[in-house]
Design a protein around this ligand. Sequence first.
Ligand SMILES: [Zn+2]
Length: 70
Amino acid sequence: MTGLSNSAVIYLTVMLSMIVALTVMLVPALFLKRCARCGKRNMLDATECKQCKKPFPADDGHKKSRQPRS
Ligand SMILES: [Zn+2]
């Protein structure tokens, strides 16, 4: 082959696999609910934390209307 040398191909492959690995690790975290109390990750359709049973607010969308601390 003329264009890329072997080391360049290996470098690109390593970089790509790192990006893929990062994506695979980070994307699920974006879609899982994180419990505010214990930090346990729950499924998006969970209504309460599976670890500490803290109920999730029904409207847990993108907007963060967090109540002031009491
Ligand atoms: Zn919890």
